[in-house]
Design a protein around this ligand. Structure first.
Ligand SMILES: Nc1nc2c(ncn2[C@@H]2O[C@H](COP(=O)(O)OP(=O)(O)OP(=O)(O)O)[C@@H](O)[C@H]2O)c(=O)[nH]1
Ligand SMILES: [Mg+2]
Length: 409
């Protein structure tokens, strides 16, 4: 175990203060350390398998909220038959692997399986609901799940409206999570969806296949809502994997309401880097406090806030009061660390990588609340920061426990 992981919390607070006020790590070293931490913990991979024009890119757009053009430009070649898109581009949290040319040329998934072999995963098959010729896709799924029965499989049935009568509209509320489907569902559409499922036959694998009808249109197409079925797709993804992808990407409405998605993904990326301390020499050298200091700085920039000595001291003062650090410093010497309310709460519950990551996550969430309020000209107070920190610690612990375990496993 690295020295950093055993540092008492009161010393960590002191170290954070120093890293903020007297930084000793230059930006370039820090950037390299972040890259090293990331390389150590490969990104979770969502593998999209579907014929050309089946709607793969549309699904990436809907899951990440990125514009199509940005995804198109962000694709990088990966294997001879797949390209990848890392999201977010600057500090990626997840990797989408997109198969190419399926249905047009003979596709051999061997190289893509091999690429995915050691990475945490989700298989996301994509097929147009009205396209009955999916044998080749099913064959690939059989091969992949035969080799990896543990990989969860979600099959999205896309472009539903192509089966609608002229001027038809989406049935609301979304009916496909009811069993049986309601009688108001268009019979042609219901038939198309069921035929496709029957043709799949028995697909191997540990968990049942999750079939999710979606229609991910553009606003100008005039369908309401444009992301029909997205909620169900997220539920299936989260039920199938332990990666908490929705939360990780900040696509959870609970998170969207509180923080801008961009600051959320920054926080998650820095938390993951902090969780890598103890695993990579360069990251160890830089240490958790430097990563946290860099995160706070970049959050201030994202929120358009000053981050000079005065602003830093103000934030530390409020946060310290909020989470009881002043008390911690006094109590630590007498062996009363367990009584520290929030800052020390992780001590019996989690340790090591998760604790470093979770406290970084919590710190980022508290800072977001602080910057948010200041940005709106409102006072930021210790009680708010304490709440944000406590909630962040809880969410961060859950997020990172599963993520770092999955990545090791
Ligand atoms: N209405 C509707 N259109 C969709 C849906 N998914 C995709 N499309 C449309 O179908 C076309 C192809 O979608 P893409 O998302 O680019 O499909 P793809 O699988 O990435 O295609 P390639 O990259 O060419 O293999 C686009 O015109 C999309 O707007 C959907 O769920 N509903
Ligand atoms: Mg595409």
């Amino acid at each position: 175990m690295s020295r950093d992981r055993m540092t008492p919390w009161s010393n960590r607070w002191q170290a954070l203060r120093e890293a903020l006020l007297e930084p000793r790590v230059d930006d370039q070293t820090l950037a390299e350390a972040m890259r090293a931490a990331r390389a150590r913990q490969p990104l979770p991979v969502i593998w999209l398998i579907g014929k050309t024009q089946s709607g793969k890119t549309s699904i990436i757009r809907a899951l990440t909220g990125s514009p199509r053009a940005e995804i198109g430009n962000g694709f990088q070649p990966c294997t001879p038959t797949a390209q990848l898109y890392d999201f977010p581009t600057d500090l990626p949290l997840v990797r989408f692997l997109d198969t190419r040319g399926l249905g047009e040329v003979a596709y051999d998934p061997a190289a893509d399986i091999q690429y995915c072999e050691s990475r945490a995963h989700l298989l996301l098959a994509v097929m147009k609901a009205t396209d009955t010729r999916q044998d080749e896709v099913f064959e690939v799924l059989r091969a992949v799940r035969g080799r990896h029965p543990e990989w969860p499989l979600v099959i999205a049935q896309t472009a539903l409206h192509e089966a609608y009568p002229v001027a038809g509209s989406h049935l609301l509320p979304y009916p496909f999570d009811q069993d049986p489907w309601p009688s108001t569902l268009d019979p042609d559409l219901a038939r198309a969806l069921l035929v496709q499922r029957e043709r799949a036959g028995e697909l191997p694998g540990r968990d049942p296949v999750r079939w999710i009808p979606v229609d991910l249109t553009l606003p100008e197409d005039g369908f309401d809502p444009p992301d029909y079925g997205l909620e169900a797709l997220w539920r299936a993804i989260d039920a199938g994997s332990t990666l908490h992808l929705r939360e990780l990407l900040g696509a959870d409405p609970a998170i969207r309401g509180l923080y801008a998605q961009s600051s959320h993904s920054h926080i998650a990326a820095y938390a993951l880097a902090a969780a890598g301390v103890g695993a990579v020499p360069l990251v160890d050298l830089v240490g958790v406090p430097a990563i946290q200091a860099k995160m706070l700085h970049s959050l201030a920039v994202l929120h358009g806030q000053d981050w000079d000595r005065r602003a830093i001291l103000e934030f530390l003062g409020l946060l310290g009061t909020g989470i009881g650090v002043a008390y911690a410093a006094r109590a630590a010497g007498r062996g009363l660390v367990k009584l520290i309310p929030v800052w020390g709460q992780t001590i019996g519950a989690v340790w090591g990588a998760t604790a470093s990551g979770a406290t970084t996550y919590a710190l980022g969430k508290a800072a977001s609340v602080h910057f948010n309020r200041r940005g709106r000209g409102l006072p930021s107070d210790a009680a708010d920061l304490r709440r944000a920190y406590a909630e962040g610690l809880q969410r961060g612990t859950r997020l990172l426990t599963d993520l770092t375990r999955d990545r090791r496993g």
